[in-house]
Design a protein around this ligand. Sequence first.
Ligand SMILES: Nc1ncnc2c1ncn2[C@@H]1O[C@H](COP(=O)(O)OP(=O)(O)O)[C@@H](O)[C@H]1O
Ligand SMILES: [Mg+2]
Length: 421
Amino acid sequence: MPLSISDAEKRSSISERLHVLGRGNECILNIGRYYAIDGSLGSEVYIDGSKPHVILICGKRGYGKSYTMGVIMEELYRMDNPVKKNLGVVVIDTLGIYWTSFFENRKQKNVLERWGLSPSRMKITLLSSAGNMEKYRKIGLPASKFAIKASELSAYQWCHLFGVKMVEPLGVAISRAINELEGKNYSLEEVVECIRNDGSSSDHVKGACENFFRMASSWNLFDTEGMAIEDIVRAGEITVIDMSSFSDELKKVLVSIMAGKIFERRVIERKEDEEKIIKGRAGEKKKFPLVWMAIDEAQLFLPREKSISKDILINQWMRQGRQPGLSLILATQRPGALDGEVMSHSDIIICHRLTSQEDIDALNRVRPTYMKEEMGEALKKVGSEKGVALIVDDISESVRIIKVRPRLSWHGGEEACLTAK
Ligand SMILES: Nc1ncnc2c1ncn2[C@@H]1O[C@H](COP(=O)(O)OP(=O)(O)O)[C@@H](O)[C@H]1O
Ligand SMILES: [Mg+2]
């Protein structure tokens, strides 16, 4: 059965199929319309939101990656309630642009009208650093402080965060302290205390470790309680985590902690889901929802080189995520900088204008057999219009040009412009 389908007829057939599967609800995501070379628009394009996916959105800067990601977020948000109640969406907002989703897209009102759509806001759950939370609250947005339990980081994650190797004296001292505190709900102050009392480390090492944990403490992000993963991934909601004020290393560690926790929870819940289906209680609300995680600037988290976030996202989410019901939406301007496995695991690739040969070559290396044309040739048809993209869909085994629909809520990723109104 196709994931993306081309016309109303197929649309009803997919709805029927979902009905047969016992869902009977609308969980198709309308991302845009097919696009002809003369610029005319064809039938609507859908993604089957009832199944887990790895969707890779790529293209050069300014041609619609974050925008397309926003459109998919809106579609997940607009799903019917019976489906939505079992779905949680987490957005790793590396640049802090998705808070604007709280507002209607008035600036493209005319474009929306041409599509027969009208502006509409999204009520997201917005999490951010304490500093950004204050800024959001000042403009009337209900932001909350994002916090992680200090005890949820492993010694390896702390070392990674501080750029320390586990085999160095500093890494050894950190590991010893974390291992000693294992099983406790500790604060960073307790880690410092533990390191101070370490009889096997030199004063120099202890001092350096203390500095690292004091620095971590100043981020006001790790505390004894922190947020449970259920507070971050909420059934029926879109949670946007504004990570714009965090360092790249911190972003990677945070994503690896959350991705790991979500995977653990879903593996357990999947067993319960199965039990419910066997006992004829499939319609019941899940204790922990299926999860879609959207990651902008994905090259940071899934580089070719070794990376803490890559281990979990590839080994768990991509290789094993279908069974527990985990989906990823990744956006990058550098597909060539991604680990090669990312592209081979992506069942839907949406590629906006792309001109760098290195990036085109990277996509070409994973070009599916059903795609007759070279990637470079196919991408020429995309042209330079914003929002136009090539879509390679593994399930329907089709390659088409689409125009992504306009956003209903305000898109915040626009380039800064001196004459902006
Ligand atoms: N599908 C679309 N329809 C209308 N405008 C679009 C569309 N996609 C992108 N744009 C325009 O292009 C701009 C840049 O898109 P954006 O997604 O922020 O770029 P990037 O690829 O760098 O993430 C947007 O602010 C918007 O004005
Ligand atoms: Mg962007």
